[in-house]
Write a protein that binds this ligand. Structure first.
Ligand code: SAH
Ligand code: DHB
Ligand code: MG
Length: 219
């Protein structure tokens, strides 16, 4: 028997969330302030923030990169996973989001360890390549861009470096035939998984979180 993928028992997730307490005061304040500032309520779940911190710790990252900052919720979790000399470069298209995130990093005590780059990831990633190689890369922006961002990660992570991709299930649409309004994002997410699963650069899996967290280790 092959056991099922994932678990949807709410009592288990409540138990784990209470025990591991993934959302402290700092993260809760970021979530609240982001909502108050009118940002979309799409930051990673509290436990997913903890997953990110733990992945960062596990690969002993000192240089991390994030595509899609929003209000800095996941970014703070990533910086928390790094030693004191570790720093994050995070890319955000929307100046308003970047402004909220700047305050989040400041409040978390990470003003000097998080650099926010405002603009499109396709423009900024090539410029950041010279700061590499990187140890950890979190991809969480426009889904059409994922193939390009993953390709960049493949070229700019050190061997043993880790890439993590949020929304790997594409809101339930990953396995659908690309058509209709979501055709381009379905096509892009399927291409991303193909690249991750058998592009030759990563050993990878998909952790069955609510959104799906794809994780690859650079060979
Ligand atoms: N990682 C964040 C959530 C990111 S939401 C967290 O969990 O806290 C996705 C973000 O990506 C949004 O803020 C959006 O403005 C940004 N984004 C969308 N397209 C982008 C692009 N092409 N380049 C950079 N950022 C982009
Ligand atoms: C949504 C959620 C995300 O995690 C994301 O990165 C983008 C959009 C959403 O629920 O719409
Ligand atoms: Mg996301």
């Amino acid at each position: 028997m092959n056991k099922p993928f994932g678990n949807s028992d709410q009592t288990l997730s409540d138990y784990v969330t209470e025990l591991y307490a993934p959302e402290d005061e700092v993260l809760r304040e970021i979530r609240d302030r982001s909502a108050k500032e009118g940002l979309p309520d799409i930051q990673v779940a509290a436990l997913d923030a903890r997953h990110l911190e733990i992945l960062v710790r596990a690969c002993q990252a000192r240089r991390a990169i994030e595509v899609g900052t929003l209000g800095g919720y996941s970014g703070v979790a990533i910086v928390r996973g790094m030693a004191k000399d570790g720093s994050l470069d995070t890319i955000e298209l929307e100046p308003k989001h970047a402004e909220v995130a700047r305050e989040s990093f400041r409040k978390a005590g990470f003003a000097k360890r998080a650099r926010i780059h405002v603009g499109s990831a396709a423009t900024i990633l090539p410029r950041l390549a010279k700061r590499g190689p990187f140890d950890f890369c979190f991809i969480d922006a426009d889904k059409e861009g994922y193939p390009l961002y993953l390709e960049w990660a493949g070229a700019n992570l050190r061997p043993g470096g880790v890439v993590a991709l949020d929304n790997a299930f594409l809101f339930g649409n990953l396995a659908k035939k690309p058509k209709g309004a979501m055709a381009s994002s379905i096509e892009a997410m399927q291409r991303t998984h193909a690249l991750l699963a058998h592009g030759g650069q990563f050993r990878a899996t998909v952790l069955p979180t609510g959104e799906g967290l794809a994780v690859g280790v650079k060979k």
